[in-house]
Ligand binder design. Structure first.
Ligand code: NAD
Length: 305
């Protein structure tokens, strides 16, 4: 029997919580005692329009079920206003789930500056603005949990999503840096690449697949990562359809060259198999994990041969 992880007294901001994954997170946190700020600008899939209806509907659902929630209708680009709503309604904020998102899929040759800029604005700047507004509160109270939302498209690239994949991978490195800076203040940041049935995916997958991809199957990982007892920090997970897995960087052993003017493109060609050989790899997790001093010594030894 799994332990029940509760969030009584915790205040959670879930952005883009008027539908899809965000709604599932908001309902799950509220059912476990959290105060929830249900943020949603109520836009179309591509980011057009605005409406308070989406956030209101989820707040109603939470309150009818006996939970505590307030709505916020700002864009995530005005993150300070969302944090203000949390502080006004509940006196603080403990957890930020950066989930709001839009899509403007087009092949790269057809992509416009507007398609590029809007995607960066909502996903990257939006996640930055909400997190930035909560950061000092987290530092002062020595507690904070952040979830950022990447995507498999960001990790692997995907046809028609140059704008979206660039934004989504940016959120992985944003998370890795927040985790390093926040650790000493008990601020943990993790990032997920979810897969779930929502209006974002309903046109690209058949109904039987969509039925297996309930947003509710992503929420357990998100809640676990945000619990006060969870130590995990700075990690990336793929999650969906009941599958949860952690990803990490892998570096080949690599090749060392004489670091002098004999180091020519042909030398790279000659050692290409070694450079790309993943037998006995490293799994670096910080810039300091490359043993550059050791490598320099090896290179020097080669040079003096
Ligand atoms: P969704 O379209 O159902 O929900 C996104 C919500 O964000 C919408 O309710 C929308 O109104 C809101 N929103 C958009 N722009 C906003 C803004 N500027 N300010 C505030 N709210 C805004 O999509 P979803 O599938 O639930 O996606 C949630 C997140 O998960 C997104 O970041 C998406 O990129 C990511 N994601 C989803 C999948 C998937 O399979 N569904 C896969 C990978 C990543």
């Amino acid at each position: 029997m799994a332990q029940e992880l509760r969030f009584d007294g915790r205040t959670v901001i879930v952005t883009g919580a008027g539908g899809g994954l965000g709604r599932a997170y908001a309902l799950a946190f509220a059912s476990r005692g959290a105060n929830v700020v249900v943020n949603d600008l109520g836009v179309s899939r591509g980011g057009d329009g605005s409406s308070s209806a989406a956030a209101d509907k989820v707040v109603d659902e939470i309150i009818k079920a006996g939970g505590k929630a307030v709505a916020n209708y700002n864009s995530v680009e005005d993150g300070d206003k969302i944090v203000e709503t949390a502080v006004k309604a509940f006196g603080k904020v403990d957890i930020v789930i950066n989930n709001a998102g839009i899509l403007r899929d087009k092949s790269f040759s057809r992509m416009t500056d507007v398609d590029w800029d809007l995607i960066q604005a909502v996903h990257v700047r939006g996640s930055y603005k909400v997190t930035k507004a909560a950061w000092d509160i987290f530092r002062k109270q020595k507690f904070g949990r952040i979830i950022n939302t990447a995507s498999a498209a960001g990790i692997y690239g995907n046809f028609g999503q140059a704008n979206y994949s660039a934004a989504k991978l940016a959120l992985v490195s944003f998370t890795e840096t927040l985790a390093k800076e926040g650790a000493k203040s008990n601020i943990h940041a993790n990032v997920i690449a979810p897969i779930a049935a929502s209006r974002m995916t309903e046109t690209i997958m058949p109904p039987d697949v969509l039925a297996a991809l309930k947003p509710e199957y992503v929420a357990p990982l998100v809640l676990y990562l945000c619990h006060e007892s969870t130590e995990e920090n700075g990690s990336l997970f793929e999650v969906g359809a009941g599958f949860v897995a952690k990803l990490r960087w892998e570096r080949s052993k690599g090749a060392v060259f004489k670091a002098d003017d004999t180091f020519l493109p042909g030398c790279v060609a000659a050692k290409w198999n070694e450079i790309t050989d993943f037998t006995n790899p490293d799994f670096p997790s910080s810039p300091g994990d490359a043993d550059f001093v050791g490598l320099l010594e090896k290179a020097k030894a080669l040079s003096s041969n």
